[in-house]
Design a protein around this ligand. Sequence first.
Ligand code: G3H
Ligand code: 13P
Ligand code: ZN
Length: 302
Amino acid sequence: MKQVTMLKKAMKENYIVPAFNFANYEILIGVLEACKEQKSPVILQVSEAAMDYFTDEVLAGIILGVRKMKLPISVHLDHGKDFNVVKRAIKLGFDSVMIDGSRYTFDQNVKLTKKVVDYAHARGVCVEGELGQLNIANDDGENGKESFTSPKEAKEFVSLTGVDSLAVAIGTNHGINKYEGEPKIHYDILKKIEQSIPNTPIVLHGASLIDNEYIETINQYGGKINKSSGNKNLLKNAYKTHIAKINMDSDFRLAYTSAVREYMGNNPTKYTPRDYGYAGIEECKKCATYRITKICHSNGKA
Ligand code: G3H
Ligand code: 13P
Ligand code: ZN
């Protein structure tokens, strides 16, 4: 099933398609096991850094392999920064790409995104665009610069580019340190965006919940990471909105690292990577299961 079809179905039936980044093999396997067990559709996301890590040849094989699974799975390029990486991903077999022109002016973003849409659609590949800037999103709009997505611009952007889905900035941020003050997602802005682009599935980046228990375990076993606050209590009702795809990467980094550190700390004589690899897989499976069943409500939707 095409990613845009997966997203429109989710929007109509009030659930969210989880979009989980896989930074390594164990995260991928944990996520797939959870999706199989929960009968959930899933978007497997790969960043450019992850593409380099896996190598193109191996990644192409993984893509062929996951396509054989009896689940709606989309393999998606996350934060494609330019036309070259989009071409690379499509050549490897990705069925969906993100072109992230959010750092450019509106007109430059439109130009780049439209170029990608023309190229990708001609090859049956879906495109996610981004409007608004996550990393500088704040409440006050300093220097008159709007960092949150403007509903008016969203309408224009979608009609000028023809993107299949739109990533918006409504308060979330990437990484494990998401909020300086009180955590807040601006659902009021989201509502206006939904009204301006009623048929376009909306994507939320920076959606990791950030479980402090993971951070505590990491620190208990030799790590040094500050506790943080993520979206734990902010995404409970997101499945009722037009948010049809949520991106989570940091949660799996924490889940995997905490499980491996704990295993190694408790089993100092072990040195076979599969031993601690299984611990990592198990925790990533739990992490995915919680997000599928409690946030996305995508269980049973495959
Ligand atoms: O949104 C960004 C993702 O978390 C990818 O991060 O480039 O370190 O793989 P990465
Ligand atoms: P997190 O850092 O919240 O996991 O966000 C990941 C993301 O948006 C990937 O595109
Ligand atoms: Zn992102």
